[in-house]
Ligand binder design. Sequence first.
Ligand SMILES: Nc1ncnc2c1ncn2[C@@H]1O[C@H](COP(=O)(O)OP(=O)(O)OP(=O)(O)O)[C@@H](O)[C@H]1O
Ligand SMILES: [Mg+2]
Length: 340
Amino acid sequence: MALQPLPELVKQLITQPIIFIGGKGGVGKTTTAAALASYYASQQQKTLIVSTDPAHSLGDVLKVQLSNEKTAITPYLNAIELNPDTIVDAHFAQVERTIKSYANPDMMPKIREHLRLSKSAPGAQEAAMLESMCQHLVTAVDGNYEHIVFDTAPTGHTLRLLVLPEMMGAWTDGLLAQQRRQSKLRSVATRLDSHNQKHDAKKTEIANPFAQKKSDRWEQAVSVLEKRKQLFRQAGQLLHDRTQTAIVLVMTADMLPLAETKRAIEQLEDSKLTPAAIVVNQLISPTQFDEFWRLRADRQQQLMQEIERNFTNYPIYPIYLQQTDVRGTDALSNLLCPVT
Ligand SMILES: Nc1ncnc2c1ncn2[C@@H]1O[C@H](COP(=O)(O)OP(=O)(O)OP(=O)(O)O)[C@@H](O)[C@H]1O
Ligand SMILES: [Mg+2]
């Protein structure tokens, strides 16, 4: 599709309430996400912007300190910065509360230790973050936001998150199927147990309270899994519904972002998640001649002084912007030590 004037972007996305902004690191995702959200809010359309990047860039761009709770930036703009550590802590605190309600109190120190270690297990943060994102997605759509903009972490990670609801749904299905098999076995065991009752009343007295607790526990576990499955299914459906969700890929006009954007589109299309638009950021306007560059260079030199003041304990090395991408070992080594 041809190049479009930028104001068309806000018109194109106006009917899709969910907007995901993806792209390679540093290309301008946060800037684009915050710009879209700010624009819609300025048009008095209730907008929520959600950042999944722990680097606090969204807060920096909006010039407000954000947290896991919604912050009202303007009457029409709310922002939230999902902090993986806080989310994981809250998630495991919930798990601990659930276990505590049925576990033997003597076991709790061991269980707590196990949960503490599980927090740093690979994928724990990602899973907790995904669940939290899906919750925000579903509740924001059910709530009365006209736009929900997700400012995501760099592409690879984002793509995994977008595909994960399906995977998590399948995974939860597996757990539930396993649970159903075990439940069948238990009902057979219970029948055998009641058969034994006629022969051994004392044994049954001991066995029954445990059976009761176990079935409670299973019911609890199943209900948690069912709820989670429902959440992922709903989020997955929203993500795949093009009338609801638009994925916008941001890139710069450079070779590496181009290659990554191509790969991202292939991956997204494989998962039936076609991007809605591509934003090419940081383009140099052909009308911006000497004066523009002089002002930009001056501004950078001012910032360089500030950088030197801030990092007095470290050596600082400047790399100047080149006319083209720097690729291949010769050009790369030449960047540091030019061959004279
Ligand atoms: N069009 C632009 N003109 C000038 N500066 C820009 C422009 N777009 C982005 N920047 C600046 O470039 C830097 C990176 O932008 P931004 O934080 O939006 O990228 P990002 O893709 O969100 O990065 P990350 O991958 O780290 O999340 C920021 O300092 C931002 O202010
Ligand atoms: Mg960012």
